[in-house]
Design a protein around this ligand. Structure first.
Ligand code: 26V
Length: 817
């Protein structure tokens, strides 16, 4: 980021230039003449990495009193170069150094592949939290998997999503340090044996049938102004033996490496689903693999530093990002019982004072459960421990009355860690809840719903356990780096202190109606819109007018997020324009991006509909520039960085009660897009902060959703009551957008008529109403920009620094460094 306060000093430029030149020659073996942008990227990253390590070694070397361990199956970190440069204050130095080498920094940045080690919100949140912890000085380590292939690359073939493997590591990763000395053996399968040890105490011993090696790879995470550096430790799976020599020598060259392939499969690919719990054995192997390696690593570090495993809760706080690492509960118990020889009560005390659990969804299909049979086969010792935990848990409750009645049986079935309703399955949410000291939701509404729905019985047993920690985003990436023009304007208006303290953004409010300031704010937006228009033209061939209202919905494709509601409104608008082509319609560009899970048939059909509607609308000369529809392929963190600063309108239209928080909503509002949204997730808190007059709210609230779902035939009746909705659905169902296959979208329209689980029909008319109010607001530029500026000015609370301070104080009880 071109910080006006941080300009390049001559010496620093020369130093960095020579350092880049040396990396190119001696680390990459390239001459400047033959170097491609990718080589310059690697050389620059290596030179910057050296400076990160220097910053790391300069910061105090003493052992922190307490460390935070953030366990997550996903870290959607994206590109790391601008983070590193800006947090070190070296962006202008790097630009100048490269310029002296005849190289353009922007081209070098474009050559960095995204580290797409996550699906969506949950993974991106983990990345924002890592950056914030380093920035505010929380001693922390992130633990995850070093996937060879992150989230698939999306392309379109005639409007259908196609998936291809993503190859971010094809040319290596200059940011990481391989740490082969930090390798752990991870067991699977086998049996549990008993041995009577000293004093007649029976010790159990797990003898796995198979072991896989977990090898650490550390990515440094440098905080703002280079004050602190933490590590993201990603585990790579390797086989115990690279090749079975006997088989190889016997001529079976493929069979000789079969075991190796099976082991390495664990860190091969990220599961591309964030919506339905598919009972895949490989996924359970991934979860146990990274959790066990991480727990072993952190316990070993604790024992090396403090000598006694019993003091673990005083010096370590472990955060489980959703239930994916919930196997940490029995794994920590196993280590404490079987390896360190603690008594059950002591082990349980240590476990339940070290672990904490964040829930990120209440959608039933995304709540993890694992078949007992699979767990017994893969993790026999853990299953024993889970049974024991559950037995004690249920005994405890049975003691407190409620025995005997049918009511009591239903109650025990509800709080049990084992779900017996359709085969026997371990409820990972219940396990994590029970093993954790604190459990948190990610927005005020979501936390309330946790207490009143999925976890209501467990909540009643321990009413202080569930706390709220509303999500946040790192302003360094999503404001300073993604929108340097707006950041420069903020710095020039309220002072450079805003880079350290976002609360100073408040000072922009006073300028919200000042014509000179508004003109500069609008000019920044215009510039970002022109840049996005160029990307749209390049990637889709569609020409859009940067003067039009850019209306953006970018996120994973999921029915509850209701991209379909947006598309149906687009169809209705298309019909209205066709009916009255000469009215002065507010020109809009509807921009979509997002990936569908490869197995999610309905979501893929929604993408196809968006593409088919886009073609019909964009090709209709009567519509011209009044309406354009764009689906940008391969949504990613880096694409988001281009889209968000260019948005005028942010679509956050999930069915109320279903989006746990949302974090994209925060990124858009901070960058001055106005939100059209439901009272769901963090939208509610965004409204509270930006003011109800600066956001467009519509639709049913969460309790209204529940009431409506209980009404018979609610969808059919809503369609009957709304001629506009009925006409739009008829047009889609009749094949107007799919003349080559008229029935193509019947699965979507039939489902809306019959079931409409996500209440599109209930909210459609109000959505149409608010969209027309938005059209009117856009035609009053002074009013619009004042609202936009007030959004930017009032979003400071949504910084992930605030979220991390809350976790540090109220969950982890850790001091900031
Ligand atoms: C669930 C599952 C279910 C099993 C199959 C694989 C898989 C992968 C991921 C997930 C978690 C989905 C939950 C999730 O991403 N939640 C999002 O978390 C964001 C950060 O808290 C939040 O802003 C979004 O509202 C929420 O949808």
């Amino acid at each position: 980021w071109t910080a006006p306060v941080l300009s390049a000093s001559g010496d620093a430029v020369v130093d960095l230039r020579e350092s880049i030149r040396a990396k190119l020659a001696f680390a990459l073996g390239r001459t400047p003449e033959s170097a491609r942008p990718r080589d310059w990227f690697a050389a620059t990253a290596l030179a910057l990495r050296e400076r990160i390590v220097a910053a790391c070694m300069a910061s105090e070397r003493s052992v922190p009193n307490k460390r935070v361990y953030y366990l997550s199956l996903e870290f959607l970190i994206g590109r790391l170069m601008s983070d590193a440069m800006n947090n070190l204050g070296l962006t202008e130095t790097t630009r100048a150094a490269l310029r002296e080498l005849g190289v353009d920094l922007d081209a070098v940045q474009e050559a960095e592949p995204d580290a797409a080690l996550g699906n969506g919100g949950l993974g991106r949140l983990a990345a924002c939290f890592m950056e914030s912890m380093a920035s505010i000085g929380i001693p922390a380590m992130g633990y995850g998997i070093r996937y060879d292939h992150g989230l698939f690359r999306q392309s379109f073939e005639d409007g259908w999503q196609r998936e291809a493997p993503e190859t971010w590591l094809a040319e290596g990763n200059p940011w990481e340090f391989a740490r082969p000395e930090a390798t752990y053996a991870i067991g699977f399968g086998g049996a549990v044996t008993m041995s009577s040890a000293e004093a007649g105490v029976i010790r159990r011993h797990w003898q796995p049938a198979e072991t896989v090696r977990a090898v650490a790879h550390d990515v440094p995470v440098v905080g703002w102004r280079g004050r602190h550096v933490n590590a993201l430790r990603l585990w790579k799976a390797e086989a115990g033996e690279p090749v079975d020599l006997a088989r190889f020598n016997g001529g079976d060259h493929v069979g000789a490496v079969a075991a190796r392939m099976r082991a390495e499969a664990i860190s091969r690919v990220l599961y591309p689903s964030d919506s339905s719990a598919e009972g895949q054995e490989l996924r359970l192997r991934q979860e146990y693999f990274f959790t066990a390696a991480s727990i072993q690593d952190l316990v070993a570090r604790h024992v090396a530093e403090r000598g006694d495993v019993r003091s673990l809760p005083d010096h370590a706080a472990i955060q489980l990002n959703d239930t994916h690492p919930a196997i940490a509960v029995p794994e920590l118990m196993r280590l404490l019982l079987d390896v360190y020889g603690l008594a059950w009560e002591d082990a349980w005390h240590v476990t339940t004072h070290t672990l904490h659990y964040t829930n990120h969804t209440l959608l039933p299909e995304a709540l993890e459960t694992w078949p007992v049979e699979l767990m017994e086969r893969l993790l026999p010792r853990h299953m024993q421990i889970i049974y024991l935990i559950n037995w004690m848990h249920l005994e405890e409750q049975a003691k407190h009355g409620r025995q005997g009645s049918a009511d009591a049986a239903a109650y025990l079935a509800a709080i049990s860690l084992i779900d017996e309703s359709h085969g026997r399955r371990v409820r990972m949410g219940h396990l994590a809840f029970h093993g954790a000291r604190r459990v948190n939701g990610v927005s005020a509404l979501h936390t309330d719903l946790m207490r009143s729905t999925v976890f209501s019985d467990l909540h009643a047993l321990d009413p202080d356990k569930i706390v709220n920690k509303t999500n946040g985003i790192t302003f360094r990436r999503w404001f300073h780096n993604a929108n340097p023009g707006l950041t420069r304007l903020a710095v020039e208006t309220v002072g450079a202190g805003v880079l350290d303290n976002p609360e100073l953004l408040r000072g922009l409010e006073a300028q919200a109606e000042d014509p000179a300031f508004v003109a500069r704010y609008a000019a920044v937006r215009r510039e970002r819109k022109e840049a996005l228009a160029a990307i749209i033209a390049e990637r889709t061939g569609i020409d859009v007018d940067p003067a039009a209202l850019f209306d953006v919905q970018v996120k994973r494709i999921h029915e509850y997020k209701r991209q379909l509601l947006n598309i149906i409104e687009t169809v209705a608008l298309y019909q209205a324009i066709k009916a009255e082509p000469h009215r002065d319609w507010t020109p809009r560009v509807k921009i979509f991006a997002g990936k569908a899970a490869p197995s999610y048939v309905q979501a893929k059909l929604i993408i196809k509909l968006a593409c088919d509607v886009a073609r019909a609308v964009n090709d209709d000369p009567e519509v011209a520039d009044r309406l354009k529809v764009v689906f940008l392929p391969n949504y990613s963190v880096s694409l988001a960085e281009s889209i968000i600063p260019a948005a005028d309108l942010s679509e956050q239209i999930s069915t109320a009660g279903m989006e746990a928080s949302g974090t994209g909503n925060m990124k858009f509002a901070l960058n001055g897009a106005l939100t059209v949204g439901t009272l769901d997730g963090a939208n509610i808190e965004i409204r509270d902060h930006v003011g109800a007059e600066n956001i467009f709210i519509f639709g049913l609230e969460a309790d209204g959703v529940r009431a409506r779902q209980a009404e018979p035939d609610y969808a059919a009746r809503a369609i009957e009551a709304s001629p506009r909705l009925a006409a739009a659905l008829d047009m889609i169902a009749a094949g107007r957008f799919s003349p080559d296959e008229p029935g193509r979208f019947r699965p979507l329209t039939d489902d809306l008529r019959r079931r409409d689980q996500y209440l599109l029909t209930a909210d459609f008319d109000d959505y149409w109403r608010v969209q027309r109010a938005i059209d009117a607001a856009w035609r009053d530029p002074r009013g619009w920009w004042a609202k936009a500026i007030r959004n930017t000015a009032r979003m400071a609370w949504f910084s992930s620094d605030r979220a991390m301070r809350e976790y540090a104080g109220e969950i982890w009880r850790v001091r900031l460094g």
